[in-house]
Design a protein around this ligand. Structure first.
Ligand code: ADP
Ligand code: MG
Length: 239
């Protein structure tokens, strides 16, 4: 008999609750188990749990709202970065709960995620969606306005070959920013290619993952790490 993997357990848990959306914490736990580099996030159900997670991680930390009804956490005041000590964390917690419950009054709140603060890097986006015609498709681009306003992204059909990953990273218009401009250090393009290949491999192996967003990934001159993650499972109807 084969034993259940972490990924099976997380997917089964969501299925048993009739959910297709995994929380940031579940998405990241799954990705860690699959060998993908993320800022490891832990769920805290109240301010005391949040403080003890922060103590164990070491400050500074980042705190985010965890709710099945909130997709864009920062839009509702649900992300605070750079919390330097327990006093800052406690007041940020109270403030976040007040803000979120006033902006999103009907949202169910599971708690907050507490995670280490990553060093700033070049923000990129790695995504996977299911196209009705082509099936699983991967997307890559630079974060923020580059994706949202300029639509400067590259796409490839899963599974990716190493050559596809190389092209995806290099064919966006914003490539000079990744390569480093005006004395700014560039990004580790090989680490981004490796990340694209790992996500493609995961999507191929786990067809029940309908959507996967790493938004953003911080790209460094050496390595890259996802600081936000969102996974959506396919709906089981008709499967
Ligand atoms: P949203 O649901 O709004 O997309 P994110 O988790 O992406 O929330 O957080 C918003 C922003 O906060 C990110 O784009 C990133 O700039 C910053 N951020 C999030 N997590 C971290 C982290 N662990 N370390 C440093 N910065 C972070
Ligand atoms: Mg995000």
């Amino acid at each position: 008999m084969t034993s259940l993997t972490v990924t099976d357990t997380i997917i089964n848990q969501a299925r048993s609750e009739g959910r297709s959306l995994l929380s940031e914490v579940e998405s990241k736990n799954l990705l860690v188990a699959e060998g993908i580099s993320v800022t490891d996030a832990q769920l805290a159900k109240d301010v005391d749990e949040a403080t003890s997670v922060a103590e164990s991680l070491g400050y500074p930390v980042v705190m985010k709202i965890i709710s099945p009804d909130i997709a864009h956490k920062s839009d509702v005041g649900g992300v605070v970065v750079g919390l330097a000590d327990s006093n800052e964390l406690k007041s940020a917690y109270e403030e976040m709960m007040t803000k979120v419950t006033s902006v999103a009054s009907t949202a169910r709140i599971d708690g907050v995620s507490v995670q280490s603060m990553a060093e700033p890097g070049i923000e990129v986006i790695v995504g996977a969606t299911t196209d009705p015609q082509f099936g699983p498709v991967m997307m890559f681009g630079l974060g923020g306005v580059f994706v949202e306003v300029l639509k400067d992204v590259s796409f490839r059909i899963v599974p990716l070959e190493p050559r596809d990953a190389k092209q995806m990273v290099r064919e966006i218009d914003a490539l000079p920013i990744l390569e480093g401009v005006r004395g700014q250090e560039g990004a580790d393009l090989q680490a981004l290619e490796a990340l694209l290949l790992s996500v493609s491999e995961l999507i191929e192996r786990r067809p029940e993952i309908a959507e996967l967003d790493l938004n953003p990934v911080f790209a460094y001159s050496n390595g890259a790490i996802a600081v936000d993650a969102r996974i959506v499972l396919d709906s089981q109807d008709g499967v």
